[in-house]
Design a protein around this ligand. Structure first.
Ligand SMILES: [Zn+2]
Length: 276
């Protein structure tokens, strides 16, 4: 999956260490992320390439020994050799540590830029100095990074799996049932509710598979295999889906993209059947 960047190691311990010349700087604008794409790979600018004027960025994380910083001032004109690229198409670049870093940084950038003012009293927020947070100096309101828990559900019955297609979205491949957790709901209840809402069937014997930080939508995905309980008759939620039907294992289309938890779970079932 796209977060698996072995042998590289992602470190997200909070730190206020200043940027050094070979650390990377993220600059986002309304036009996208300042970067280059070479041989299908994202190339990020370093502080040394952009110049010392960008040294005051907010430290986000490091990968191996290189720091990654977010520039929070006004976005400059793109320097020679660099361009602002819309981030949605960048998802199709090579799945390496730069893609992972760009997706994590974009999620943090969205969170910082949506939390510049206190939602309680309206005053300007300041960066937390001991942990990743935004703190209101006037009323003390503290806000933490936004991560939305969500489920991916692989509903199976013997050798058959329900595959779906979303309605009206750019993603057109087959998918599994997915949805966000609601306040007051266990993640297992989210699986049961989303499955019932989207395809109208009941499930039992939930088995957790793996999780995935899907930073493109500020989510943490939790993947479950869930066995059909009762009638196999699908009643599709037509607002969200354009297609939902049972596929036997030998009819499931192969997915070798290796990016998403959904793709990995479909591929796992195609090769092995459900986890038990
Ligand atoms: Zn406040």
């Amino acid at each position: 999956m796209f977060q698996d960047i072995t042998p590289h190691v992602y470190h997200n311990e909070f730190s206020l260490a200043p940027a050094e010349t070979d650390d990377f700087i993220f600059i986002f604008s309304g036009k996208g992320l300042l970067c280059r794409v070479e041989d299908d790979a994202i190339i990020l600018p370093t502080l040394g390439q952009l110049g010392p004027a960008f040294a005051s960025g907010q430290r986000l994380f490091s990968i191996d020994s290189r720091g990654y910083y977010l520039w929070e001032g006004a976005a400059p004109e793109a320097p020679e050799g660099w361009t602002y690229r819309p981030t949605r198409p960048l998802r199709d670049c090579r799945a390496d540590e730069a893609l992972f870093a760009a997706a994590a940084a974009e999620s943090l950038w969205r969170w910082y830029s949506h939390n510049r003012f206190c939602g309680q009293c309206g005053k300007k927020m300041a960066h937390g100095t001991k942990e990743r947070s935004q703190v209101c100096p006037a009323c003390g309101n503290t806000v933490y990074p936004k991560i939305c828990p969500a489920v991916i559900a692989a509903v199976y019955d013997g050798d058959r799996l329900i595959l779906t297609r979303y309605r009206g979205r750019p993603f057109t491949k087959y998918a599994l049932i997915a949805g966000f957790n609601e306040i007051g709901e266990s993640i297992e209840d989210t699986v049961r509710r989303e499955v019932l809402e989207e395809v109208g069937v009941h499930v039992k014997n939930l088995r957790f598979y793996k999780s995935q930080p899907w930073t493109f939508t500020d989510s943490l995905l939790m993947g479950f295999f869930a066995e059909l309980d009762g009638s196999d008759r699908i009643t599709m939620e037509e607002d969200e889906l354009s297609e939902a039907r049972w596929f036997s294992r030998d009819k499931i289309p192969a997915d070798h993209s290796g990016i998403s938890l959904t793709g990995e779970m479909i591929e796992y079932f195609r090769k092995n059947g459900p986890i038990r």
